[in-house]
Design a protein around this ligand. Structure first.
Ligand SMILES: NC(=O)c1ccc[n+]([C@@H]2O[C@H](COP(=O)([O-])OP(=O)(O)OC[C@H]3O[C@@H](n4cnc5c(N)ncnc54)[C@H](OP(=O)(O)O)[C@@H]3O)[C@@H](O)[C@H]2O)c1
Length: 297
């Protein structure tokens, strides 16, 4: 089924479970008829994606799009598929797929950056030309990024916060961070090595900074808004359904606010949570010692 002009086409990455799956469920509820919204459920694994669609009752307007966000060739393939099957147009792109680090090694960091930062950067380079007039790109970041930035040395914070920061400079900061893990120079570089989710946090700092640059460079002619969003602390596999976490459904609401709110309520390039603009740097207000680690059973 090819899309028509009136249809809203929304892509959610990493949508087979967790918050992304709840976003798809809510988009389905929002669409008054199966014809007004086409939902592309992005998933790296076809079987897991198909299972998710079955769980939704196989609605006619939800389609599986195979997309491994850490793979440039998968991103190129998915872009071609959108062009061939969906008229090459998207109204909303929700970059939701994300991971935490398995351990504190440089290899684990490379894996995290491939999905949480570089993957989103490449997806947006491929798909921003397909975003329609007044469309949106929502990069799912985390408040952990704001806490991580807050804890850096002033010198390093100023680099990430610079209004003239470029994507090349973010890449260089990310590469320096990964080499700093290898050479055990993170303290010297200005990172707070006592922070338990440092790799994940830095990946989200980089994503929030990337969002600002993309907003500056791409919004122009098409009135596209590019925003970063924190879904809030939600019980999902990402945190082993940590204690005190809210539902993934509420996390989906936080993301969908950025996708659906009237443009005059939003500031391009900014960071939002639960419908409110949030500072990109803030002191941690959670007791992180109580959170389960990724490998806890
Ligand atoms: N949960 C929280 O408290 C929280 C708080 C702040 C921000 N976030 C952010 O919210 C987003 C969703 O997290 P979640 O809590 O829903 O986590 P989740 O339940 O672990 O779901 C993550 C989703 O991302 C997918 N994914 C991971 N790597 C991928 C890749 N390379 N290509 C394609 N898909 C990939 C996973 O697919 P598989 O099933 O194939 O692994 C899964 O569908 C993430 O960006 C996360 O950082 C979460």
């Amino acid at each position: 089924m090819a899309s028509t002009k009136q249809q809203r086409v929304v892509l959610v990455t990493g949508a087979n479970k967790g918050i992304g799956f709840e976003v798809v469920k809510k988009l389905l509820k929002e669409s008054s008829s199966s014809n007004d919204t086409v939902i592309l459920l992005g998933c790296r694994d076809l079987k897991r994606g198909q299972d998710a669609i079955n769980q939704l009752g196989s609605p006619s307007n939800v389609h599986l799009l195979q997309l491994d966000t850490s793979s440039a060739s998968s991103i190129a393939h998915a872009t071609d598929e959108i062009k061939q099957k969906w008229g090459g147009k998207l109204d909303v792109l929700i970059n939701n797929a994300g991971i935490v680090a398995k351990d504190n090694t440089a290899d684990a960091a490379r894996e995290v950056f491939a999905t949480n930062y570089y993957g989103i950067k490449i997806i947006n380079e491929h798909l921003s030309p397909l975003i329609k007039e007044n469309g949106r790109i929502v990069n799912v970041a985390s408040e952990v990024g704001a806490w991580t930035l807050h804890d850096m040395s002033n010198n390093l914070q100023n680099k990430y916060k610079s209004s003239s920061l470029t994507t090349k400079q973010i890449d260089a900061l990310v590469e320096e961070f990964v080499s700093g893990i290898e050479s055990k120079r993170l303290d010297e570089l200005g990172y707070n090595t006592k922070f338990p989710y440092l790799i994940y946090g830095v990946s989200k700092v980089a994503l929030i900074a990337l969002t600002q640059i993309e907003a500056r460079e791409w919004s122009g002619a098409k009135n596209v808004l590019i925003l970063s969003v924190c879904p809030g602390y939600c019980a999902t596999d990402l945190n082993n359904h940590g204690p005190g976490a809210r539902s993934a459904e509420l996390g989906a609401d936080s993301i969908l606010y950025a996708a659906n709110a009237p443009a005059n309520e939003l500031e391009n390039g900014e960071f939002y949570q639960d419908g409110k603009k949030k500072p990109k740097s803030s002191a941690c207000n959670m007791d992180l010692s109580k959170l389960p680690k990724k490998n806890d059973s």
